[in-house]
Ligand binder design. Structure first.
Ligand SMILES: [Mg+2]
Ligand SMILES: [Zn+2]
Length: 169
């Protein structure tokens, strides 16, 4: 049995570079973050599965079609080594008041239904506290990637190399 259950990842700012004040709307805007692929390769040995949970309000705003988002996600996954088993997307706007937009827990709960996930043996890696809030609520171990540490996170890190050593401990 693997040491951990599920590795949850945010997408923008974790797998691919975030577009400041905008959205990834086309393939040429995809740039994979340094070290992400190597980290995922190691993580794949320690987790039963790797899934992405991502807010994409660009869909709700009508800037991107769901079909194209699926293609962009596929491309991001390929460029990052194809270690992601599934992408869970909230396409809604805040004012839609859905149950899936992070910091709500909906995306995590849908994933749990699909895979019967043990949250207490799972990790969530995000670059915003919005990612950490629902994870913590579900007792998932939270990791925060940022220049500035969050007191909310269980673990702060700046580069993926640091995280790899955490798994190999
Ligand atoms: Mg993000
Ligand atoms: Zn939603």
């Amino acid at each position: 049995m693997k040491q951990f259950d599920t590795l949850f990842l945010d997408r923008d700012g974790i797998l691919n570079k975030k577009i400041e004040n905008g959205y990834v709307l086309d393939f040429d805007q995809v740039e994979i973050i340094a070290g992400a692929k190597d980290f995922l390769q190691i993580a794949a040995d320690h987790f039963r599965r790797i899934v992405v949970v991502t807010n994409q309000r660009c869909i709700g705003l009508g800037l991107l079609s769901s079909e194209k988002l699926v293609q962009i996600n596929y491309s991001i996954n390929q460029l990052a080594g194809s270690f992601v088993d599934k992408f869970y997307v909230c396409p809604h706007l805040t004012e839609d008041n859905c149950t899936c937009r992070k910091p709500k827990t909906g995306l995590f709960l849908i994933a749990q239904k699909d895979y019967n996930i043990d949250f207490t043996r799972s990790w969530m890696i995000g670059d915003s506290e919005t990612d950490l809030i629902p994870a913590k609520q579900l007792q998932i171990f939270t990791l925060f990637r940022s220049e500035q540490d969050s007191s909310f996170a269980d673990k702060n890190f700046k580069s993926f190399d640091e995280l790899a050593s955490l798994l190999e401990e």
